[in-house]
Design a protein. Structure first.
Length: 124
């Protein structure tokens, strides 16, 4: 299980990482429910099915994505890496600042920029 702040945040995180694994209908209902904040009744009415039918589709989608996360741990690893990347980015910015004030070495500046560029790529 992903230890995140709340259910909605946890579900949207799962959707961001694993939404493409869902059927089109699961993606649509999940998105309407969690991202567009529509009620089960509103989704059911718009799609001509029962409220329980909508709930079943959403629960299956949640379970599918959670099973994949349980097996792969991608989100867990992503969350563990975030503070490390933030620390690396902060250190690189500090190196740039010290270099600008004391050393004026273009090579140090280039290396700090490369570190920041790579951090940004990893954070995407």
């Amino acid at each position: 299980m992903i230890p995140l702040k709340n259910q909605t945040y946890r579900m949207t995180m799962l959707f961001d990482f694993y939404g493409e694994l869902l059927t089109e209908r699961q993606r649509e209902f999940f998105d309407l429910y969690y991202n567009e904040d529509l009620s089960l009744s509103e989704i059911a009415e718009n799609n001509g099915i029962t409220r329980q039918g909508v709930r079943d589709v959403i629960v299956r989608a949640e379970n599918t994505m959670q099973e994949v996360e349980d097996k792969t741990g991608i989100i867990r690893r992503f969350q563990a890496q975030r503070p490390l990347l933030d620390a690396i980015e902060s250190a690189a910015n500090e190196i740039r600042a010290v270099n600008a004030l004391q050393y004026f070495d273009p090579k140090i500046g280039e290396l700090a920029d490369k570190i920041l560029e790579n951090c940004g790529a990893l954070q995407e």
